[in-house]
Design a protein around this ligand. Structure first.
Ligand code: 5GP
Ligand code: MN
Length: 341
């Protein structure tokens, strides 16, 4: 970690701290933020947590969620906190532009920032930085950070539950980004008392009926396969959002179903939002979808999971994506992913 000793020094006396994570927080964002909050509180700091937008209901069971401040609805309160804190943690995002107006306010405030993140190409905005794109999740890195800060105290079970949740969701239930180190950390979380089966139930087996119906609709009515591009695309319109009463988080994970098809190496989930069209891309093997979104859709992410946005309509966005895939990635790139997969 860059400047770890200085950070340790800063945290050696009680401080006021704000922990932030990205818009549309996922299990890793919520889990890493709350785990770090519990750890810092146990070390006598005053800690606040804020996300730009709300998190899905299946993470509400985690201890501490009731105190999370959603910036979209608590702008003034959070701005006042930023004005007064000694340190801001930036978890699970690699640039202040990923948290919109909350990021603008933090940038203006000149408060020191400590980033812990596993996304590629971190921007230079933090004084203290733990960035490792080879890590499965930010929760894995928060585990390392906590252990580095305090080698002796046994891990609290509520910290363990939060960290396990982020690891479980960001690895797709231990299917990608796994490593011997990750399994060792996971074993330590279980030894600390985490009930893996309970968390599996709470996070994945607690969907409302409408979500399963939405998934069925996406696969049956909204899926387009393009064999020559080894691509599958699912699109949702504004009307679909109304018909299915889709809220933030309800579409999480749908894009991954496309990769279950042997012939699909690139998966796209393209949705019409109130002001923008959002793209979620996934891939198998060496095909770097973050390069597509960073070059063409103002986005970013990881090699095999990335997202971005478009300001043209749904149909023209899908056509643009198809054109990009056809022009730039046919030929060599596809041969290399065929060999790998
Ligand atoms: P998702 O497709 O689940 O929204 O996001 C997949 C990955 O891409 C996440 O790691 C997320 O951080 C990243 N990502 C999603 N949307 C954006 C975006 O608009 N900009 C950037 N830079 N990264 C994004
Ligand atoms: Mn993550």
């Amino acid at each position: 970690m860059k400047n770890f000793t200085q950070l340790q020094e800063l945290l050696s006396t009680p401080k006021d701290i704000l922990i932030t994570s990205h818009r549309n927080p996922d299990g890793d964002a919520v889990g890493s933020s709350l785990a770090l909050m519990h750890f810092l509180k146990a070390n006598f700091h005053t800690v606040y947590v804020s996300f730009p937008s709300a998190f899905p209901d299946n993470f509400a069971w985690m201890e501490g969620t009731e105190d999370v401040l959603i910036y979209d609805v608590k702008v003034k309160k959070v701005n006042k906190i930023i004005d007064n804190v000694d340190l801001v943690f930036a978890l699970d995002y690699n640039g202040l532009d990923r948290i919109d107006k909350l990021g603008d306010y933090i940038a203006k405030s000149n408060v020191p920032v400590a980033m812990i993140d596993h996304h590629l190409h971190p921007k230079d905005f933090s004084q203290f930085t733990l960035s490792d794109p080879s890590a499965s999740s930010t929760c894995e890195l928060v585990f390392d950070f906590i252990r580095k800060m305090d080698k002796k105290t046994p891990l609290d079970i509520k910290i363990g539950e939060c960290l396990y949740t982020g690891i479980l969701t960001d690895t797709g239930s231990f299917s990608y980004s796994v490593s011997p180190k990750l399994f060792k950390i996971s074993a330590k979380l279980l030894e600390a008392g985490v009930d893996a089966n309970k968390i599996q139930m709470l996070v994945f087996n607690s969907l409302p009926e409408k979500n399963l119906k939405l998934l069925g609709y996406c696969l049956n009515k909204r899926m387009e396969l393009i064999p020559e591009l080894k691509t599958g695309i699912i699109t949702l319109t504004k009307k679909d959002y109304e018909d299915f009463d889709i809220q933030r988080g309800d579409t999480e994970g749908i894009v991954n179903y496309l990769l279950m098809l042997k012939e699909v190496h690139i998966a796209a989930f393209v949705t019409e939002q109130p002001k923008i069209v959002k793209l979620s891309l996934r891939s198998k093997g060496d095909f770097a979808v973050n390069e597509i979104v960073s070059a063409h859709f103002k986005g970013g992410g990881h090699k095999n999971a990335a997202g971005g946005a478009s300001y043209s309509g749904l149909k023209s966005t899908v056509n643009k994506l198809k054109k990009i895939l056809t022009e730039n990635f046919a030929g060599t790139s596809f041969k290399s992913i065929e060999k790998k997969a």
